[in-house]
Ligand binder design. Sequence first.
Ligand code: HEC
Ligand code: HEC
Length: 320
Amino acid sequence: MKKFIALAVICSAIIIAANFSACNNSSEPKAAVGKDSLKTVLERGEYLANNVAACMDCHSKRDLEKYSGPVIPGTEGGGGMVFDQKFGLPGVLHGKNITPDNETGIGTWTDDELLRAITQGISKNGDTLFPLMPYPNFNRMAKEDLLSIIAYIRTLKPIRNKVPPRQLMMPIAAAYPGPALQPSIDGNVRPPESDKVKYGEYLVTMADCGTCHTPYTEQGMDMTRMFAGGYPFDAGTYKVISSNITPDTATGIGRWDEAQFLNKFIPFREEKNYNFKPGKDNTIMPLSLLAGMKDDDLKAIYAYMRTVKPISNKVEKYPK
Ligand code: HEC
Ligand code: HEC
């Protein structure tokens, strides 16, 4: 059943995209990024790439034995994370090198080439990227946010690391969610932060929470049960099942108040809380990165998650 994650990833992106498209018609003015200041742009890019869209989660080497698999310092963006059948994928994929190394990274890519890869899933050489790279979600991001991420990854330390090619057991054409992608991202609007629910939805799309937190059937992601949890992960040294994060009071997080929700993340701002080997009680959720989200952004995510459909689904995170 796990081989259906490919389909599932696509479906999740489609459903999130469908929910989210309402934002594109918003008449609210664009939130300013501080267009005059390169420093502001780079700070925004650093924040999104590390703590929200979590590019560094997949594009760096991670220590999967430590709690929540923190990034190994010095490997940021250099590629090397391997995703294989254990993660339910139809083949072996590698997080690519997205540091500005000219030969093995994105040093020679133009901004347009990067935008095309990040939002359309087409690499510089024309190859189609597998949608484990969440480009269907990034296809909904505001251009100013995408450009700030690009500006930031160009400042990463160049790492010389030739990442091996992927090995897929299915034709890439069957995985490509082309029709679901908007041909142009120019009209995407970042909702104002004052609209907590809409901004929270924007962040949840970027952070791709739905892909891990939705159950799967033989046909792929169960779109009628978004965020109901129940997806099993086998990280080799431990197994964990994703939680029900819908507002169902008995089996989801319906009884969690905002402070409890923030407390799922905030402790992992401190290294001591993830820099240890917990054995089997580990999690695949990239907490050391997501914990860096601003309190207000976590509150917006909480506000949005209160509005999704409550679904009854009892999940035991660590089954015997
Ligand atoms: C869930 C894991 C994941 C996340 C999160 C992720 N990527 Fe990727 N990315 C991948 C994988 C895997 C590939 C390679 C796909 C393939 O080989 O088909 C890839 C490919 C790419 C490529 C194409 C590189 C090339 O040489 O073709 C770029 C550029 C890229 N990602 C940038 C980003 C940026 C920027 C972000 C954050 C906004 C990001 N990625 C977030 C997994 C991820
Ligand atoms: C890579 C997969 C992955 C991603 C991405 C992910 N999670 Fe999780 N999440 C899990 C797993 C697995 C668990 C169960 C283990 C644990 O508690 O960490 C979990 C647990 C949780 C819990 C605790 C629920 C409980 O009942 O204890 C909350 C809340 C949560 N996630 C919210 C989120 C939100 C919000 C996002 C997006 C910002 C997100 N997650 C992204 C995999 C993921």
